[in-house]
Design a binder for this molecule. Sequence first.
Ligand code: ISL
Ligand code: CA
Length: 557
Amino acid sequence: MAEQWWKESVVYQIYPRSFNDSNGDGIGDIKGITEKLDYLKELGIDVVWLSPVYQSPNDDNGYDISDYRTIMDEFGTMDDWEEMLDGMHKRGIRLVMDLVVNHSSDEHAWFTEARKSKDNPYRDYYMWHPGKDGQPPNNWGSFFGGSAWDYDEVSNEYFLHLFSNKQPDLNWENKELRQEIYDLMTFWLDKGVDGFRMDVINLISKDPQLPDAEITSPERYQWGGDYFVNGPKFMDYMKEMNEKVLQHYDAMTVGEMPMATPEDGKRYTNEESGIVNMLFQFEHMDVTSGPGGKWDQQPWKLTELKRIISKWQTELHGKGWNSLYMENHDQPRSVSVFGDDGTYRVESAKMLAAWLHFLQGTPYIYQGQELGMTNVYFDSIEEYEDIETLNMYKEEVIEKGKNPQDVIEAIHKKGRDNARTPMQWTNEVNAGFTTGTPWLKVNENYQDLNARKALSDENSVFYFYQKLIRMRKEYPVIIHGDYQLLLENHENLFVYSRSSNDTTLLLAANFSKETCPMTLPEKFNGGEILITNYSDAPKSLDHHSTMRPYEVRAYLL
Ligand code: ISL
Ligand code: CA
């Protein structure tokens, strides 16, 4: 078996549109990334996951691909990309590309051909179906609102799109289509990429009967996941992909898998019969969602987060591998949700970092997380760009007449643009992201919160991450140790231990503004402190102790 370098790696996610603009057009680009490679090296990360940079009409910022083998004009050229890859490899950084193959753009040549006629050779690359009594073939809703089906006048049929209507779903039943995908993967692997992050990969196989979803909400369209999440041929397709492509390369794979349970996690990531190295699951991100789903944000409970994290830690130990994340380009900023983006911003950003990095799995840092970047609170819908947010606003406010202020508040809490505001490099105009007009407004806190400032302050969140990344290389217990939850029912403190052989690591984190007394079992005494966000924290552990607001401490016993 190949060396499992991905278990010991820390991954940094770049959302290129918002990372760094090299030519002043307001849009981040590949040369802009190359300019910042020393910054990434300084942080110490091992792998970059680059969100899509392929040709795209940008209906969903590159997650709608119109050519899988060329670089988006706005981002630069293939030469720029090669220079970037070289620069990464020279610094010992690996590159994982985004593979978005549940759907393509409707502007992909396959689709423009397919929609020409029912007997076009590319027709079957997509999922076409006649309607039912002038209505879509079934009642499935799209992730981005409305029906998952769009009517096509030319052929009087509908095509399936689980995401926007400019993201038609590819038909994996078609053998030629599958081969096209394996070929494009090979194309990038031969160019030297080190792996793939696979977008909504567990949605690629749909129940061929396309049954109506059970009616579970008062909405017009329903959640059809029973018929396309982990669908009937998902494993077969992935095995074929491994045989035809992946097994011939030393490549890391991470599957994004909405709705995945630990059972799924084990099935898909175990070393004997798994199909990816690790997965992104969503269960812990959903602790803030109420019964109304993503936009129904509710106060969350630490005990619930503990239950979910502990379940995944325990069930996958020795049987699979997980990724560890609290942020990405689809999620709000973690300090704003799980910490405090006011008084305790720095403390809570560090607390979340240490708490995450000492769990078992491969950590992912989303650009700006290493600075403790926060959510953005734009006043008006005009300032938002994300298709999911804009569609939802239109549906709720314009079609259903909801109070716009309530909807904006939901967007403040959960909108994807929270993560997509430009990276804050300096305290200069537009946070040093661009000399032009940024495609999405910069968060106004950049004066105080930026990379330049972090790099000149040895107590910054940045250097805290740097230490954590180093520690993961120094202490094998972080990679391999087993996990035990302590103080299970405590509402503010998250305490766990990791043990292997004769080493125990103890992590105690206060997820609240309260000062909390902490009493641990007696064996948790002594040892030495590894890292903390309060410089005067006790150097060795006393099993009776007090945790201050958002304090975190890790001890090696
Ligand atoms: O963002 C979401 C709401 O929290 C999710 O529903 C998200 O759409 C889902 O996790 C799939 O995400 C991935 O595929 C989408 C793309 O818009 C996301 O950016 C991507 O991460 C379609 O390609
Ligand atoms: Ca640019």
